[in-house]
Design a protein around this ligand. Sequence first.
Ligand code: DP6
Length: 351
Amino acid sequence: MRSEQRTVPVPAGRGSGAGTATAVAHPNIALVKYWGKRDERLFLPRTDSLSMTLDIFPTTTRVRLAPGAEHDTLTFNGAPATGEARRRIAAFLDLVRERAALGHRAVVDTVNTVPTGAGLASSASGFAALAVAAAAAYGLALDATALSRLARRGSGSASRSLFGDFAVWHAGVSAGTAEQADLSSYAEPVHAAPLDPALVIAVVDAGPKAVSSREAMRRTVGTSPLYEPWAHSSGADLADMRAALGRGDLEAVGEIAERNALGMHATMLAARPAVRYMSPASLTVLDSVLQLRREGTAAYATMDAGPNVKVLCRRADAQRVAAAVRSAVPGRAVHIAGPGPGARLLSEDGR
Ligand code: DP6
C-alpha cells in the first residue's frame, strides 16, 4: 500500500507558473460499479461505488490560462479536441472559472495513453487530471476531497481517480439542498489489508463504443425492470467488499466484483431498447476465467461500458492468467495492471 499517495492536497501554486499547471492521473476500475445517476447536472450517483486505481495508462494534462483569448484551445494527443469531448471539457472549465471568479479562457493539452472510449475509463483519468491541473492553474486551493467532488462534475468515475489503491465514492445525501447533496458526494481511500492484486485487461475491441456510458446508464435507470433490484443489492455488495478488502480476502473481493459487474450488465440487457456491450470475444474471455477457477486459480472478471474484460487475480498469478486470456482471444492486446497512485500535480520540469 502506498499510504503516502492516499491524499493529494494541492498547495496553491505548486507545479504551476503563473496560471499554468500540469497534472497526471490514472484510470480506475470499479469493483462495485457506479451505474445510474439521480442528478445528471451535478453527477450525483444512485449508489456508492468502489474501485482500484491502476498503475498503467496515465493521462497527463497541462492547463495554461490564456488571458484575452476568446475561446478555449483544447488538444487531445496533439490533435484539436472536437465534438462531445470538446463540449465536456469546456463545460468543466466553465465550472472552474465560476468557482475561481476568473473568466480567462485556457489552453489545455491532454496526452492520454489509454484507448479512448473503449470502456477502459479514459474519462476517469482525464477529468481527474483536468480537475487537479485546472484548479491549480486558476488558483483554487482545494484539498483532495474538494478535488474529488470537482472531478465528479466532469465524469462520475473521475472522483475516484484522485486516490491511489482502493477508493470508495459516496453517493451522498438525497435530502436537503442541492449544495448539501453536492458536498456529500466525493471519494476517499478505503483501507485494505495486503492483497497484492493485479488486473489483467483484455482489450477485446479498442474502438469507440456504440452507446456512451452516459446514455446507457440513463436508459437503464429509466427503462430496465432489473435496475432497482441491482441498485439495492449493490449496497450489500459494497459492505461485503469493504469487509473483504479489510481482511485481505482476494477470493471474496473477486466474487463480489464479478457478481456486481454481471448484475450491472444484466440491468442493461433488460433496458428498452437493450444495451449490450458484451461481444462473443468477451464471452470467450469470461469462459477462460471460469476455466482458470476450475483449475484452482483465483481469477474473477469485471466489465464496464464496453466489451473489454478485466480479470482480478493475485499478482503472482498475473502472467499465467494473461497467458490463458491471450490464448482464448489470440491477437488481442492484454495488459497487466497493479494498484496505482492518486492524481497529482507535476512540477514544471515534469517530475
Ligand atoms: C461502467 O464515469 O464514464 O465504468 O459520469 O456519465 O461520465 P459519467 O459516466 P462514467 O461511468 C462509468 C461507468 C462504469 C462503472 C464505474 O466506473 O463505476
